[in-house]
Design a protein around this ligand. Structure first.
Ligand SMILES: Cc1ncc(COP(=O)(O)O)c(C=O)c1O
Length: 385
């Protein structure tokens, strides 16, 4: 029956991250530097809130948009931290991680033949969903502009067919954040055109110096913006599956329909845990950032000594060094490193072809593992040079 499966689904390939993570797990002494999740535990208070909900039989469905109390916590979090407010009654939907938010928003807006502009290299989850909807991705190459979109180039790509622009800062895979001046210029471009802006700011709390700047803070984007967010990264809650989408009322009414027919609602015990995270554990990411900064500096230093340059990450927990001075593709590099030294990294080409010539290392890992992984990488590089 395979011939009767949707061709667009058959065309989707398994993300490279998973392939390398699965392979390294087969080696007893394997070091996995592909991991896109914090190596910390969910805060105790949050775990307790989830357990209490289960013990109290709060295990049913919630409102399709999520518990109002959680939506209020989300609204208050953004208002207190970033000084913009979305109405918890009508402008926030709690999703099953940011992933379901990405899916719900793209399925709400896309039609066959639409174009979606995506700066690249970029996180690999957006593209397959765009393709599933019969829409086309138009890439904005950022590899020569510090992994940040050039506002003029962005404007040059917008056509009548452009339905949306997807942005992700702090960035997976590059770790760059977007400076306010650049943000202002991009907002100027976006506000002039009738295109949706989908801003995935899931790493906002993992900003290492100064404050994260949100696209959602610009009133001129209010009628076209979807903010994607969640607790997976900030509170080490990847398995709880809580995300949220924020947007203008008339748009969110449409997103809610897609979400409810797909998911009904996010897990209820997880929603209670999420309230605790947003209300009483706001400093959790700050603690994690201290560790990330120490590891980032260690990793970048070691890479530099191996002759691998990387833009200094200012957010998330990834570093994206260039391997262009080594004469292999990023896929060959990752495959051989895995085979010879049992260390897994993600080839840059896993983040579109614009990531070729780079590898992604996640430093959401202990200093001990990072040291061992980098020692082995050093051996590997010496052996192939
Ligand atoms: C940029 C980005 N957006 C969304 C997600 C998915 O997050 P969630 O666990 O909330 O679905 C990830 C996970 O790696 C990510 O890197």
């Amino acid at each position: 029956m395979l011939n009767r499966i949707n061709d667009r689904v058959k065309d989707i390939s398994v993300p490279r991250i998973r392939i390398f993570a699965n392979k390294v797990a087969q080696f007893e002494n394997g070091i996995n530097l592909t991991i896109g999740e914090p190596d910390f535990s969910t805060p105790e208070l949050v775990k307790k809130a989830g357990m209490t909900a289960i013990q109290n039989n709060l295990t049913g469905y919630s409102h399709n948009a999520g518990l109002l109390e959680l939506r209020e916590s989300v609204a208050n979090f953004f208002e207190d931290t970033y000084h913009f407010r979305y109405d918890p009654e009508t402008e926030i939907v709690i999703t099953i991680g940011a992933s379901e938010g990405i899916d719900a928003v793209l399925r709400t807006i896309l039609e066959e033949g639409d174009e979606v502009i995506i700066p690249a290299p970029i996180y690999s989850a957006y593209v397959p969903i765009v393709h599933l909807e019969g829409a086309k991705v138009v890439y904005l190459d950022t590899s020569a502009t510090g992994f940040l979109p050039d506002p003029e180039k962005l404007e040059g790509l917008i056509t009548e067919k452009t339905k949306a622009v997807i942005l992700n800062y702090p960035s997976n895979p590059t770790g760059v954040t977007i400076p306010k001046e650049r943000l202002d210029k991009i907002v100027d471009v976006l506000s002039k055109h009738e295109v949706f802006v989908i801003s995935d700011e899931i790493y906002s709390e993992n900003t290492f110096s100064g404050q994260h700047h949100s696209f959602a803070a610009y009133p001129e984007l209010r009628n076209k913006l979807f903010l994607l967010h969640g607790l997976s990264k900030s509170h080490a809650m990847t398995g709880w599956r809580i995300g949220y989408v924020l947007g203008a009322k008339n748009l969110m009414e449409q997103v809610l329909k897609v979400h409810l027919h797909n998911a009904i609602c996010a897990s209820l015990p997880s929603q209670f845990a999420a309230i605790e995270a947003l209300e009483n554990c706001r400093d959790t990411p700050k603690e994690m950032n201290k560790a990330y900064i120490e590891r980032r500096d260690y990793v970048q230093n070691r890479l530099r000594k191996m002759g691998l340059d990387a833009i200094q990450p200012t957010g998330a927990f990834y570093i994206f060094p260039s391997i262009k001075n080594i004469n292999v593709s990023s896929l060959e590099f990752a495959e051989q490193l895995l085979e010879k030294e049992h260390v897994a990294v993600v080839p840059g080409s896993g983040f579109t072809k614009y990531g070729e010539g780079f590898i992604r290392i996640s430093y959401a890992n202990s200093l001990e593992n990072l040291k061992e992984g980098l020692d082995r990488m050093e051996n590997f590089i010496a052996s192939i040079k």
